[in-house]
Design a protein around this ligand. Structure first.
Ligand code: DSN
Length: 451
């Protein structure tokens, strides 16, 4: 009997094809990325690293042919080393970095490895608070890191921008070991230069940027790169705007050398400290099938057409934000400078984010309820919803389709307003079914690349 898992995968293919993905942290990989992931590379153990020695910088043809020296704990690495080395070199080119560690299994693992590389238990880390738009891994008390390190937070001002004065005041007072700029619900472009100047006043302060959401925009030159402004480390996931496989990545500036020798804790040695912190510090065997997928996606992001893609993501987000505002939806920060939009649906239509998320799901628009800064509704009944344009831009959506999505979102908000509760949505099933058909018709005109 066929394993029912495969039927469920087929169902999920239909859901993805017939619906529209508006969650700003999701995307659709290419066929090539998908093929690289589903390979026999999953059979191999390869703890350790390929060497950096004796290889001409960024000569892909040579890397693909030459037998590389390595620091691995298992034999049989001939092909694995070349694949991982291609991933590392492409990542460095893409983000203008001296070093890349492509092994983190996720963004959370990448962040944890950086804290472990640079901090001792009890050291201070200054990061954006979760309600302001920061991420769980930036010091939420429910995480392991928060039990080990001492997180201090900064927030956003009334315009939704980082409160740089607060950040500076706290940084100078607390003298943190890390200043972290990163977020999962923030619509502005950070002033990296200003933060780098603040960090330079604090001895041995590591400047870290968690750019998981905007890494693809940085790669496509539609967003500034923190490493160009004096930041030492940038972490990211590889599956959001970057459009690679689900996973993590750490980019850094500094000396690149053997991870075997224990280096002194200096900012110049950050690449080696990070390698040691990923393996053996916090992870075991790397997922080489996923690293192959990362290598392929980085190759795609190095192509000129990726710049167009990144530009279109931002243009679409700005158009969608404007259209939503025209329809009476109130936006946190009054709009967006990146790919992400945060709607205060409570203030707009007096409905909560979870109710609105569920009603939009009914018509095939997927986004997520999200707390707003100083939200009274908590994580389960927040006042906002978060949406974004990376996935629909991959499908080829443009300005015209943004207007149509804004129309649908307004119609569903009005239905929710009239229904007043989720149970009463059944009274509007005809209207919702009509919208569901419209979403499906449009979605099918723009196929998902890997399906
Ligand atoms: N879960 C991701 C997001 O949706 O923003 C962040 O890790």
């Amino acid at each position: 009997m066929k394993d029912p898992v495969f039927d469920l995968i087929e169902q999920e293919k239909i859901r993805q094809s017939e619906g529209l993905e508006l969650i700003p942290s999701e995307n659709y990989v290419s066929k090539d990325v998908l093929s690289a992931m589903g390979t026999i590379l999953t059979n191999k153990y390869s703890e350790g690293y390929p060497s950096f020695e004796g290889i001409p910088g960024w000569d892909e043809a040579k890397i693909a042919q030459e037998i590389l020296p390595n620091y691995r704990y298992y034999g049989g690495q001939t092909n694995i080393d070349r694949i991982e080395r291609l991933a590392i070199d492409r990542a460095c080119r893409l983000f203008n970095a001296d070093h890349a560690n492509v092994q983190p299994h996720s963004g959370a693992n990448a962040n944890e490895a950086v804290y472990y590389a640079w901090c001792e238990p009890g050291d201070k880390i200054l990061a954006m608070s979760l309600p302001a738009g920061g991420h769980l891994t930036h010091g939420s008390p429910v995480t392991r890191s928060a039990k080990i390190y001492h997180f201090i937070d900064y927030g956003v001002d009334e315009n939704g921008d980082i409160d740089y004065d607060e950040l500076e005041k706290k940084a100078l007072k607390e003298q943190p070991k890390i200043i972290l700029i990163g977020y999962s619900a923030f619509m502005k472009i950070p002033d990296f230069e200003r933060v780098a100047k603040i960090g330079a006043k604090i001895p041995n302060c590591l400047l870290m940027a968690d750019m998981a959401h905007v890494a693809g925009l940085i790669a496509g030159k539609a967003h500034p790169n923190p490493l160009d402004y004096g930041f030492h480390v940038m972490t990211t996931t590889t599956h959001k705007t970057l459009r690679g496989p689900r996973g993590g990545l750490i980019l850094s500036r500094g000396n690149v050398a053997s991870p075997l020798k224990k280096p002194e804790k200096t900012l110049e040695n950050i690449p080696i400290l990070i390698d040691r912190a990923v393996f053996p510090g916090t992870q075991g065997g790397p997922l080489e099938h996923i690293i192959a997928g990362k290598a392929v996606s980085f190759g795609e992001a190095l192509k000129p057409e990726f710049k167009t893609y990144a530009k279109n993501i931002v243009e679409n987000a700005k158009t969608l934000a404007k259209a939503l505002k025209q329809k009476g939806l109130i936006l946190q920060g009054d709009g967006t400078e990146n790919h992400l939009i945060l709607v205060n649906i409570k203030a707009s239509f007096n409905i909560d984010g979870k109710f609105y998320e569920r009603a939009l799901d009914e018509i095939g628009l997927t986004l997520n309820a999200n707390a707003l800064p100083s939200d009274k509704g908590g994580a389960f009944r927040p006042s906002g919803v978060r949406l974004g344009t990376p996935a629909i831009t991959t499908r080829g959506f443009g300005q015209k389709e943004m207007q149509i999505i804004a129309d649908w979102m307004k119609e569903v908000a009005l239905i929710c307003q009239k229904a007043e509760s989720e149970e009463n949505l059944k009274d509007y099933s005809e209207s919702l079914a009509k919208l569901r058909n419209e979403v499906r018709d449009l979605a099918l005109k723009f196929p998902v690349p890997s399906i």
